[in-house]
Design a binder for this molecule. Structure first.
Ligand SMILES: Cc1ncc(COP(=O)(O)O)c(C=O)c1O
Length: 489
């Protein structure tokens, strides 16, 4: 028998057609009824791995037996992010047009490292990010690039900021290459995502040089405190170089005053990066466009369609208004990658990765299939559902909100006696930890937690396209029944 690897002959194609038809049927059934699975996997550590032989198969297996493994051994270890009652972290959606984009992209298997290696990849990336920029109401002039995650986008932003920080030639000499290199300092709020710290760690800035700016009562960066901290650092001879503001912090989705922060950045000549990974998408709604107020002045901004715009993970949209800084930070063209075109974008010049998959296809398909109106409808509905839950919590004797709800994420806790946090904080922390454990054990919902004012708090993030009012009502019923039990009545 000829080896399978040698051929894409008729028999293999027919075999593939059969399995793909079977898989498509499976997928549609799954997408229609993700709630038939427990939302949070009940797998114990090692369960999935130990279901398989230690040695790889010496000879190829049939698709049928491989698919059976997928269903019987892999699926139990899956936490269902497609489940309409997935309310943890930031909920996301796998959508049909997004799946179609992934499917076709896998078939094409193109690598867009250079424009020439697939003009369609680069140009569809340009086009779809320009569509998204228009949808968000951002000004023209931002250079856009698709990356895997917001973490990577922020890393590129900080690298470009470092490149513009002075005549230190860090790219060539490194951080230790010059005795007179001052301490470079990056500012972000106490509520910022850990990816900002990680970017600073990876780039040799050092976590000690990420200064955490205090926040106001609604968890927004205090721009006057930022100014004071910059002045203090300048007095000690340090070199402030970048501020990372957040539109939609991870814990409470608070929105930093970007316009005020931009003024400070201008005054001191600092790079302004905006992490709008989750909440930036809200700006597709005309009534929420204000969430990106001030962002036209940013040097860079990241927003994740894979978080709240029905685009399967991964797809992070990175915008930079200083394309030259990115190029200066990253462009390095060895002879074997040199091409003759001069008037095209070679995406490898703007980041550290060379290979690049065709993510733009799924974003373009999502935007085209739903249209801007369709996507707005989803985001608007999620915000309505979050407001409804927040209202029930405010009217309840058992629960209280622990932060404002500007968008679709509700932070709250069980507090049967409505006690003050200081008096009963240990008791309330334990009570809420138990509540979260019992909720998630039901397999019907999945929520995560955070700490707010150092108190344990539950988070309900509404962001899955299948989440309807009935799912939020179901959560509220569960919360009340478990909450009452825990409260002893
Ligand atoms: C505000 C914010 N920024 C960045 C990230 C990191 O996102 P990614 O997983 O795309 O790196 C998150 C993740 O939830 C986030 O909430």
């Amino acid at each position: 028998m000829p080896s399978r690897i040698a051929g894409t002959g008729r028999a293999q194609s027919e075999e593939f057609r059969r399995i793909i038809e079977h898989a498509t049927g499976w997928m549609i059934e799954y997408m229609e009824h993700p709630e038939n699975h427990p939302v949070l996997s009940r797998s114990k550590p090692g369960d999935v791995k130990s279901a398989f032989p230690e040695e790889p198969p010496e000879t190829g297996r049939s698709y049928e037996s491989i698919f059976a493994d997928f269903e019987e051994k892999i699926l139990p270890g899956v936490t269902h992010w497609n489940h309409p009652s997935f309310f943890a972290y930031f909920a996301i959606s796998g959508s049909y047009p997004g799946i179609l984009g992934e499917y076709l992209s896998a078939a094409l298997n193109i690598n867009g490292m250079l424009w020439k290696t697939s003009p369609a990849l680069t140009e569809m990336e340009e086009l779809s990010l320009d569509y998204l920029r228009r949808m968000l109401g951002l000004r023209e002039g931002f250079f856009g690039m698709i990356l895997d995650t917001a973490s990577t986008s922020s890393l590129l932003a900080v690298a470009a900021a470092r490149e513009t920080s002075g005549e230190f030639d860090i790219r060539k000499r490194g951080m230790a290459g010059r005795a007179e290199l001052p301490r470079l300092v990056l500012y972000t709020s106490r509520e910022a995502h850990s990816s900002i710290d990680k970017a600073a760690i990876a780039l040799g800035i050092g976590s000690d040089n990420v200064r955490k700016v205090p926040v106001d009562t609604e968890f927004r960066m205090d721009a006057s405190a930022l100014r004071r901290m910059i002045e203090e650092d300048l007095e000690t001879g340090a070199k402030p170089f970048c501020v990372a503001a957040t539109v939609g912090t991870t814990s409470t989705t608070s929105i930093d005053p970007v316009a005020e922060i931009a003024t400070v950045c201008r005054e001191f000549g600092l790079w302004l990066h905006v992490d709008a990974a989750y909440a930036g998408i809200a700006a597709i709604l005309p009534e929420k466009r204000f969430v990106l107020d001030g962002c036209d002045e940013a040097d860079s901004l990241v927003v994740n369609p894979h978080k709240w715009m029905a685009t399967p993970i991964d797809l992070s949209a990175f915008y930079c208004s200083n394309k030259t800084a990115l190029r200066e930070a990253f462009s390095l063209v060895p002879e074997y990658l040199r091409t003759e075109e001069t008037d095209v974008v070679n995406l490898m010049d703007y980041g550290f990765q060379l290979g690049r998959r065709f993510r733009a296809l799924k974003l373009w398909m999502v935007i085209n299939y739903y249209g801007v109106e369709g996507l707005r409808e989803m985001v608007r509905e999620h915000i309505r559902l979050a407001g409804m839950l927040a209202g029930w919590i405010d009217d309840s004797d058992l629960f209280e909100r622990t932060a404002p709800t500007p968008l679709s994420t509700v932070c709250f806790r069980l507090n049967p006696r409505k006690s003050t946090p200081a008096k009963d904080s240990r008791f309330l922390d334990e009570l809420n930890e138990e509540l979260l454990k019992r909720l998630n054990e039901t397999g019907k919902v999945f929520l995560s937690h955070t700490r707010i004012h150092d108190a344990f708090s539950l988070r309900c993030a509404i962001g899955n396209m299948r989440t309807e009012e009935s799912h939020v009502r179901g959560l509220w019923e569960l919360l009340n029944s478990i909450g009452r039990e825990l409260a002893g009545g």
